[in-house]
Design a protein around this ligand. Sequence first.
Ligand SMILES: Nc1ccn([C@@H]2O[C@H](COP(=O)(O)OP(=O)(O)OP(=O)(O)O)[C@@H](O)[C@H]2O)c(=O)n1
Ligand SMILES: C[C@](O)(CO)[C@H](O)COP(=O)(O)O
Length: 230
Amino acid sequence: MGVVALVPAAGRGERLGYGMPKALVPVDGVPLLVRAVRGLFQAGCVRHVVIAAPPSDVDIVNTVTAPSAPAGGAVHVLAGGAERSDSVRLALEYALRELPGTTIVLVHDAARPFTPPSVVNAVVDAVAAGHPAVIPVLPVADTIKEVDAAGTVVATPDRATLRVVQTPQGFDARVLLRAHEAGLHATDDAGLVERLGVRVATVPGHQNAMKITTPFDLAVAEALLAGGKA
Ligand SMILES: Nc1ccn([C@@H]2O[C@H](COP(=O)(O)OP(=O)(O)OP(=O)(O)O)[C@@H](O)[C@H]2O)c(=O)n1
Ligand SMILES: C[C@](O)(CO)[C@H](O)COP(=O)(O)O
């Protein structure tokens, strides 16, 4: 089976506030999730995509994403969980149970519709080269401050050591399963793996792999498409 992509798409999109699950929000008429799935298949190394959908939208997600699968590949849709990590774990367990031979898994947000296939391939190549966990990153453009509960600055970390983290994040499938079974909490999958003491490697990300979180991000996405930049 080789590389399987897991796509957590079960979020409510509360910060976007569009009135429907974020994965189904259209950009120039095409849902974010459909664009994200197309990008994964376009990379060429992904044959199967497992989507964790909003529980009430499993059928519609199946309908809109199935046509993106290439010959010999498929999209698999299941109900996601309460938190992002629950959705990823459910998709991972499905892949290991139903798609024999799954060795490398990618975890990719439905909310990153314009991720270039070159980033997908860079992550997969690094895992295939022997890194058990690989994430795409970008340098930080702003100065970052650490603040206390009152909002008072307590530290200014050296920006040169900081990175913005994107998806897809790539893993040896068994390592990711171990991380999810450990019952820890983190905002991304690499965070779980780090806590096992596994080294996480980085590859260059891309500005187009931005996550659509707020109405501003959606406006940027529309502008990128209109300007032929995505
Ligand atoms: N229970 C959840 C929560 C999030 N996600 C997915 O995780 C990705 C990144 O999450 P985020 O951008 O935070 O999406 P939402 O949780 O939908 O956003 P919000 O916090 O604004 O509601 C998204 O593709 C989202 O659908 C998921 O599959 N299951
Ligand atoms: C996984 C992620 O996209 C990496 O940047 C991010 O951590 C998801 O964050 P959110 O809390 O779901 O917005």
